[in-house]
Design a protein around this ligand. Structure first.
Ligand SMILES: C[S@@+](CC[C@H](N)C(=O)[O-])C[C@H]1O[C@@H](n2cnc3c(N)ncnc32)[C@H](O)[C@@H]1O
Length: 342
């Protein structure tokens, strides 16, 4: 086990590299589905395009966001239309149509087949991306827990440091880290805020993984674990705040409404809820880091990257108020927070 990381929390270059895998398949899928023809001459809403192309509206919305982030389409008053580069090079009737070249990659890029099947059916391919299908069963083997924990630990280390230095965590005494994964967020937040006591909550196989990290960090006196199913069992009470990193992006709006309500019920009046997410812009047109992450969620989970207005609606419906967001430093994440009145 290596010692603590040196100071620093900017891993954006690594994010840019792994997220680049979604660029070409987003375009080859849009080409094969006929998206650029559909929005080449007319501006259409997502539902209208989905109906015309006979594809799933939710999945298409995520794909359109990625195309917008790449500058291939734009959205005005809720309607999508092709940008000049797409009209010139990606419209099948255009003299400069690149389709003959892009056609080849339909076969050579494995993600093309998965993504186009997903956008057509609205159903994700099984066993392609770590995580979702396993934890949706509410249980997993120790080996799967270790694989998922390692996967998330790497991608969450820098964002966890960015979250940990947010001033609000210096103002509270206890925090419940819901869906903690490897525990990397709770550990970094505890390191940066010596007054804080933290409870790491996840499925019991996963908190066993988190416990190894807590032990290695030497934080057993301030970090405890709670192995349970967050949808089925009563949450521990008495925390000043509930923290969810990369949790709402795993689930549908309906399921997130359940999580928000469970959090609201377990928090004391005045308690706060925190969501650490890469946010889509309010109109769903990017940025690329959120849009490509959303494609990954589409392929591997039941969720997507949300906008602040979407999260606000979920939190306010549960009773929370004072919903706000700020970029949390270093990487691409934002910290969304809200308060239970009282
Ligand atoms: C995307 S990971 C996020 C992990 C961590 N918060 C991070 O950002 O690195 C989602 C986590 O939610 C946990 N989870 C999923 N369903 C759960 C359930 N029903 N009860 C408790 N935890 C659950 C998973 O085991 C997993 O660790």
């Amino acid at each position: 086990m290596m010692g603590p990381l040196p100071p620093g929390m900017d891993d954006r270059a690594i994010w840019d590299i792994w997220q680049s895998q979604f660029m070409l398949p987003a375009v080859t899928v849009a080409d094969e589905l006929g998206v650029f023809r559909a929005v080449g001459d007319t501006a259409l809403e997502t539902g209208e395009i989905a109906k015309a192309l006979q594809v799933d509206e939710r999945a298409l919305g995520v794909l359109m966001g990625a195309l917008a982030a790449m500058g291939m389409v734009e959205r005005r008053d809720g309607r999508w239309s092709a940008m000049p580069q797409a009209r010139m090079w990606l419209h099948p009737d255009a003299t400069g149509y690149w389709g003959g070249f892009l056609y080849r990659f339909r076969e050579t890029i494995p993600m093309h087949g998965d993504l186009i099947a997903m956008v057509r059916s609205g159903l994700r391919p099984e066993n392609k991306v770590a995580g979702g299908p396993e934890w949706e069963r509410g249980t997993m083997s120790a080996e799967v827990a270790r694989r998922i924990s390692d996967f998330m630990h790497a991608h969450s280390m820098a964002p966890a440091r960015g979250a940990a230095v947010q001033r609000v965590f210096g103002e509270i005494g206890s925090l419940l880290d819901v869906g903690c994964g490897s525990g990397v967020y709770g550990i970094e937040i505890a390191r940066a805020n010596p007054q804080l006591r933290i409870t790491l909550l996840d499925l019991k196989e996963m908190v066993a993984e988190a416990q190894h990290h807590v032990d290695a960090a030497g934080l057993v006196d301030r970090i405890s674990t709670c192995g349970m199913n967050m949808f089925e069992e009563d949450w521990p009470k008495g925390h000043d705040g509930h923290f969810f990193a990369n949790i709402f992006h795993d689930w549908s709006e309906e399921t997130n409404a359940i999580l928000a309500a469970r959090s609201y019920n377990a928090l004391e009046p005045g308690g706060r809820i925190f969501l650490h997410e890469i946010l889509m812009d309010d109109d769903g047109t990017g940025p690329w880091q959120a849009a490509s992450f959303s494609l990954m969620m589409l392929l591997g989970t039941l969720g997507k990257q949300y906008t602040l207005p979407e999260l606000r609606a979920i939190l306010e419906a549960a009773g929370f108020e004072d919903v706000r967001a700020c970029r949390s430093g270093g990487g691409y994440y934002s910290l969304v927070s809200a308060r239970k009145p009282g």
